[in-house]
Design a protein around this ligand. Structure first.
Ligand code: SAH
Length: 216
């Protein structure tokens, strides 16, 4: 698969939709999503639909998030270039690619071996290299690389992984879908001091579950 004028045209239409209909205002998010070829992360049978606001199956019974969800989560991070971001749930690597394109130093963790291998290969091919890519259980975070400016969890957590909050800098933000039901509430924590967090909620979404341990 290539990145043709047709793909680029469809991507532009998606970006207009994200801006006009979803209300994404962060120009850096829109610019990055206009650059990263989402279709290259999908199986070729989905190529024609890659720029619709849809989720698709990826390896290991997981899903790539809707473009609107990727845009909203990324916007909530309020990301600046050169910030250190911990991403939990690399999946196929699309969200990782958006973060790297925005100039973030990305540390990403995936618990499914197949997806860890797929995303490593894909991101290398596309020359969109995160600072560190890990096969492991994201509940533990990456303490040896902490603290992080931002943490993004791309799977739905039943309980708040408090270890991750410890790995945030003061002033840092974590965006995480939280909830025990089919739908999770997109939640943002801002670390005000070592002990104080501000919590904000941004509506219901459906994510694949955050699971413990790893799967080879
Ligand atoms: N951002 C990804 C979304 C993938 S779906 C993309 O663009 O494709 C969420 C991912 O989180 C899945 O790949 C799932 O395997 C992973 N995941 C679930 N629990 C995890 C955990 N404890 N640690 C790391 N990854 C986890």
């Amino acid at each position: 698969m290539q990145d043709s004028f047709v793909h680029k045209g469809k991507r532009k239409i998606l970006i207009n939709y994200l801006q006009e209909k979803i209300g994404i205002g962060d120009q850096n998010v829109l610019k990055a999503m206009n650059t990263v070829p989402r279709h290259l992360f999908l199986e070729s049978i989905f190529e024609d639909f890659a720029y619709e606001d849809r989720a698709f199956p990826i390896l290991a019974k997981q899903t790539i998030s809707h473009p609107s969800t990727v845009a909203e989560q990324t916007e909530l991070l309020e990301l600046s270039a050169k910030e250190k971001v911990l991403e939990i749930g690399t999946g196929c690597g699309y969200q990782t690619a958006v973060l790297v394109t925005m100039g973030a130093l990305v540390y990403t963790v995936e618990r499914q071996k197949d997806l860890y291998e797929f995303s490593t290969r894909k991101l290398r091919e596309m020359h969109l290299r995160p600072s560190f890519q890990s096969f492991g259980d994201g509940f533990a975070g990456l303490p040896s690389f902490a603290p992080f400016d931002k943490i993004l969890v791309t799977c739905g957590a039943e309980v708040l992984p408090t270890q991750l909050l410890h790995q945030l800098k003061v002033g840092g933000r974590m965006v995480i879908p939280l909830g025990k039901t089919e739908e999770q509430i997109l939640t943002r924590f801002t670390k005000r001091s070592e002990k104080e967090f501000e919590k904000e909620e941004f509506g219901a979404y459906k994510f694949v579950p955050m699971l413990s341990s790893t799967n080879r």
